[in-house]
Design a protein around this ligand. Structure first.
Ligand SMILES: [Zn+2]
Length: 188
């Protein structure tokens, strides 16, 4: 509790997240804490929740060493990021991706890139209101997507595969279960 604490190495030290390059106290753990705050905000406020899928996938693709270890999880976040930005977050596509990856798919994880975008969760967390937050999430996600330009074709190929797989399955289902019941899910 002395004035010296203010100039202690801990107080002055700005660490760097090794995954996304963000300048944040605590490095990777500090970066995660910032993202957890954003996730909590999205849980508590619908206005923040709207852009959260995009924020989540942007964060995951900047931290693939934690969130994209398997080929499937990597594919999930890359294709969802593509869907969020290039297909206006089409819920049909998000659902198709999930269904596709829940099944037995043969995919190969591409090479992990070291440059993952110019913006980070730190830029988003600095927003002063919800409009600014949502705008920054978008810019952040765009910057991550741009960094992955060498894998854009792969992402689109995977989305195509997901949509095709879904079609095949629903065609089969329709053939076998026409009017058998009103679906697997409730009204929600
Ligand atoms: Zn980070």
């Amino acid at each position: 509790m002395s004035v010296n604490d203010l100039s202690s190495p801990q107080a002055m030290n700005k660490d760097t997240c090794p995954d996304c390059g963000a300048s944040v106290v605590g490095g990777r753990a500090g970066c995660q804490a910032l993202f957890d705050e954003i996730a909590a905000q999205a849980l508590g406020d619908l206005k923040y929740a709207a852009v959260h899928p995009l924020a989540f996938d942007a964060y995951c693709m900047q931290h693939v060493d934690s969130y994209g270890v398997s080929a499937k999880s990597y594919a999930a976040h890359l294709t969802r990021l593509c869907c969020g930005l290039k297909f206006s977050g089409d819920p049909t596509i998000y659902a198709a991706i999930q269904k596709w990856l829940n099944g037995a798919v043969e995919i190969e994880k591409p090479v992990v890139l070291s440059y993952r975008g110019r913006l980070t969760v730190v830029d988003v967390r600095a927003a002063r209101n919800v409009e600014e937050h949502n705008q920054r999430v978008r810019e952040w996600a765009e910057s991550v997507w741009e960094a992955y330009s060498s894998q854009h074709d792969l992402a689109r190929t995977w989305i195509e595969a997901a949509l095709t797989a879904k079609d095949k399955k629903s065609q089969q289902r329709n053939k076998h279960r026409i009017r058998s019941h009103h679906g697997d899910k409730g009204n929600r």
